[in-house]
Structure formats: C-alpha cells, structure tokens
Design a protein around this ligand. Structure first.
Ligand SMILES: [Zn+2]
Ligand SMILES: [Zn+2]
Length: 362
C-alpha cells in the first residue's frame, strides 16, 4: 500500500469531504485516512483537558472534547461541526460545561458500545458509521425496521471503531462488505418504542439552549420524576424496586437532581414513567400527561416482554442442565436487566410456560 510521507500537520488532507449527517467522529477520521490512502501520523493526538494526557485519534472513540487545530486543518472542518460528530452535546446536557474526560467516560461508558454497530441497509445507501448506533439503547434502525448488527456477518468478529486503511462498511478482518447482510426484522411493538428512543437520542446529540444554562437542568428533570411518581401514587422505594435495572443511587437522589452514574439510568426512569427524554428537557412538570405516560409504559413493557420471549426461544443450553435460577439469570444477563424485573406478572407467565415446555427443574 502506498504511504504518503509528505503529509504535515498544517496540510489539509487532499481529499477532505465534510462529515455526513449523523456521522461518528472516529468512523469519519478512519474513512478520511482510508480515502487518502494515508497513514495516520503516530503523534496525531487530541487534547483531553483539563489535565488529561492527549490521546491518539485512533483511541478517541467519539468522546468529547474534540477541539484540535490539527484536526480542523486536516479536515478543513470547523470545530463546531467536528464536535457534532462526538458525544459533546449529550454530555453537555447532563454534565454541564466543565466536563472532565474521566467523568464523561464514566457517564457514557455503560450506555454505549465500544465496537461498531450498524444497519446493513443504511450502509448500503450511505457508506459511513452513525454516532447514534453507538448507543446501546438504540437497538435497531427505524427506517429499515431491522435490528442493528454488532459483528461481521461473514467472519463473526466484532468491528473496531477505528481501522486504518479500511473503508467504512468493510470488515477489517475478512474484508466482507457489511452492506450484504439483511439483518433481523424488528417486531411492530419494538418499532414503536424505538422511534421514540431514536428521537430522544437525536435530541440529546443536537445543540440545545439548556446546555448554556446554570446547571439547573438535572434538578428540573428530578422535579419531573418526582411529579410523575406522585401522580402514579408510588413511593420512592416502590419505583426503585420495579425498575428493570438497579441504579446505583436511590429514587430520591435522581429526584433531587443528583447526577446519576450513567445515561441509561435516565433512560430507564423515563421509560418507567412513559415519558420521553426530550419532554423532560423541554417541558415543565405541569405538562406531564399521565394517561399518555401510562400508555407509553405499557408499550415499552410489551416490547420488553417480546424481547424476553425471543431470548427464551434462543436459549440453546440443554434444558435438563438448566435450573429456573440459571434460566432467569441467563435471560437477564442477555438483556442487561435485573433479575428482579423478571418477577413482574407478564414475565413470570412467560417463564412458567418456558419451564413447562422445557421441563426445567426448580
Ligand atoms: Zn437502516
Ligand atoms: Zn469479517
């Protein structure tokens, strides 16, 4: 492969198309260097303020801040445009303007994937990786009604976020074209819930006035949660016990506006009350519509039931070796939910019939 040795930091890459709408930073930079058939300079780093050591762009993984004159020069792209290819606006909404890279990683770490996830049909239409596919809460593609894939359909390997000299949409390990696969179809219930989820994440990734505010956003969100809990006639511990994951902090803590450890905690609370995240950021608690909230919660519970049912159908270990506890733990681990959620009425029915059909011993 030809390697250019005449590239300097103050040069723009000869071929430097702007990022595509929704494109992820790491995929974008990877794509640009592949397009130019150019090695990534070994000391091309991104600063990590306030005190963190700069890291190489190949390990930046779409994390903010992406402010680097060198990158701006190479890509001929503004700092603000480059920022929209990172998690900058998501983080800013929750953590405010003074964000340390360690806090950012902690907040996003358990809510995003660290290898490429993709919709093959989107890749077939447009050859680039989207930032929204990094969010594990986004399970599929609304447009093509397919679940996202998280590995190559040919060799089965996961795909690194940054791959030198490999064009987007190609498996770096076996060179298969990732746009060839069809992907698994989504159930209608899942599609309804996903459309809301995607709109929420897109809202989080877009600049909004609340990012310039005085830091009262989390308290305002907490006031919503408290109001929704009260109109649902629930006590804090009752909410906590019924959540599909076990947050590290109490329901009271989120209601007081204390920052939670992960983005997914906010998603779980919003789902529980049947409201969208964009509603929490843009409306007042007085505008919380309870009948609508209840309907949305039921929709989401139905979607979760469907996922549990599908997971049970896919369990492949010999049933005879499976105790009820092992079956429940396997399903909960697969879905990333707490085993306590599996004792909800509808879920218990699903498990009961699974145990019966597979003669699972207690
Ligand atoms: Zn798609
Ligand atoms: Zn492959």
């Amino acid at each position: 492969m030809m390697i250019r040795d005449d590239l300097y930091y103050f040069d723009a890459l000869p071929d430097h198309p702007a990022p595509e709408p929704g494109e992820a930073a790491t995929g974008y930079l990877s794509r640009l260097f592949a397009l130019n058939d150019t090695d990534v300079p070994s000391d091309l780093t991104v600063p990590m303020p306030p005190k963190g050591r700069p890291i190489h762009v190949s390990r930046m993984r779409d994390m903010p801040p992406l402010s680097s004159r060198i990158l701006e020069d190479l890509t001929v792209c503004s700092e603000e445009r480059l920022r929209t290819t990172t998690f900058h606006h998501v983080v800013r909404k929750f953590l405010g303007p003074t964000t340390r890279s360690r806090s950012v990683k902690g907040f996003l770490g358990s809510s995003i994937a660290f290898t490429v996830r993709y919709c093959p049909h989107c890749l077939s239409d447009h050859r680039y990786y989207r930032l929204i596919w990094r969010f594990t809460a986004v399970t599929g593609c609304v447009e093509h009604k397919r679940l996202l894939m998280d590995r190559c359909g040919q060799c089965g390997k996961t795909l690194p976020l940054f791959a030198a000299h490999v064009p987007s949409g190609i498996c770096p390990a076996c060179r298969a074209d990732l746009a060839r696969w069809d992907g698994a179809a989504m159930a209608p219930d899942e599609q309804t819930a996903l459309a809301d989820r995607v709109a929420d994440i897109e809202f989080l990734m877009t600049p909004h006035a609340c990012e310039e505010g005085s830091g009262d956003t989390l308290r305002a969100i907490g006031a919503h949660f408290r109001h929704l809990r009260e109109v649902n006639h629930l006590l804090p511990h009752e909410v906590y016990a019924r959540l599909p994951i076990t947050p590290l902090k109490s329901t009271r803590a989120i209601e007081r506006g204390m920052l939670q450890r992960s983005l997914n905690t906010y998603i779980v609370y919003a789902d529980f009350y049947g409201v969208t995240l964009r509603h929490l950021f843009t409306a007042t608690p007085a505008e919380d519509v309870v009948p609508e909230a209840t309907r949305r919660r039921q929709d989401r519970e139905r979607a979760t039931l469907h996922r549990i049912q599908r997971t049970l159908e896919d369990l492949t270990l010999p049933p005879i070796l499976y105790s009820k506890t092992e079956a429940a733990e396997a399903v909960a681990a697969h879905l990333g939910i707490s085993t306590s959620f599996l004792s909800c009425p509808g879920v218990a029915d699903l498990f009961a019939s699974y145990y019966r059909d597979h003669k699972v011993v207690p």
